[in-house]
Design a protein around this ligand. Structure first.
Ligand code: NAD
Length: 246
């Protein structure tokens, strides 16, 4: 098992890619700390991980709440002694064309998708530096590489996450910590629920593999990057898009 004895904190683990990643990590032998703003969803993720034979706990925590994240990390360290892997997966969308985007829409997305990544990473990094090892994985998106209609806020955050990854890989690599970003394309999760079927069909047609991806196909990459098999991969932005170019 790739992640035997690793303690992994996964944000936004209540559903979608985060829940699939928690389960995949559980099957690889990791101890799971599943964090989400939605407590009920996270309970289900924890049950699924436990059913897979893993030690798993859930934390109701909001990545935008800096002191709350510090407290959450403190409680994980008190219980398990360390965090080996952080998956910065929590994310939201509030789409609107640039000229119509409200300040509230802009701020909400930057707060969760960009500042939330900063908050969670800073909360775990001191412990990782002390131990001289750790892995931080950041959820970017294919749109962070190419831009996307109606997503000024989301694209800025996802491009910013690539900036974090490239900066932290330089600062933290010498301290034994690897930092990488994952850039999914269109993945079938509740995040796409508001997208009409006709649009989803058009989206699939743009993908060379002619289909939307599954959350497990992103989770597979997170599991590899979190493992020692990826020991020389640092500062990378890896696409999981079926070959999509926007
Ligand atoms: P999702 O909406 O299905 O799940 C996101 C999870 O994050 C939810 O459980 C939600 O409760 C949680 N969350 C939201 N705000 C939070 C907060 N403040 N603190 C803690 N948890 C919070 O989304 P998904 O499709 O599984 O996406 C996961 C990540 O992958 C996101 O960062 C998203 O931007 C990124 N991504 C998704 C796609 C896609 O097509 N689905 C494509 C590219 C990137």
């Amino acid at each position: 098992m790739k992640l035997q004895d690793k303690v992994a904190l996964i944000t936004g683990a209540g559903r979608g890619i985060g829940a699939a990643t928690a389960l995949r990590f559980a099957r690889e032998g990791a101890t799971i700390v599943a964090c989400d703003v939605h407590e009920d969803d996270v309970r289900q993720t924890v049950r699924d991980c436990q059913d897979a034979g893993a030690t798993a706990i859930g934390l109701a925590a909001d990545v935008t709440d800096r002191s709350g994240m510090d407290r959450a990390v403190g409680s994980i360290l008190a219980r398990f002694g360390r965090i080996d892997v952080l998956v910065n997966n929590a994310g939201i969308t509030r789409d609107a064309r640039f000229e119509k985007m409200t300040e509230a829409q802009f701020d909400a997305v930057i707060d969760v998708n960009l500042k939330g990544v900063f908050n969670a990473a800073q909360a775990v990094v001191t412990g990782m530096i002390e131990r001289g090892r750790g892995v931080i994985l950041n959820a970017s998106s294919v749109v962070g590489l190419h831009g996307n209609f109606g997503q000024t806020n989301y694209v800025a955050a996802k491009a910013g996450v690539i900036g974090f990854t490239r900066t932290w890989c330089r600062e933290l690599g010498p301290k034994g910590i690897r930092v990488n970003a994952v850039a999914p394309g269109f993945i079938r999760t509740p995040m796409l629920d508001s997208v009409p079927d006709t649009v989803l069909t058009r989206m699939s047609d743009q993908v060379p593999l002619r289909r939307i991806g599954q959350p497990e196909e992103v989770a597979n990459l997170y599991a590899f990057l979190a493992s020692d098999e990826a020991s020389y991969i640092n500062g990378a932005v890896i696409e999981v898009t079926g070959g999509l170019r926007l």
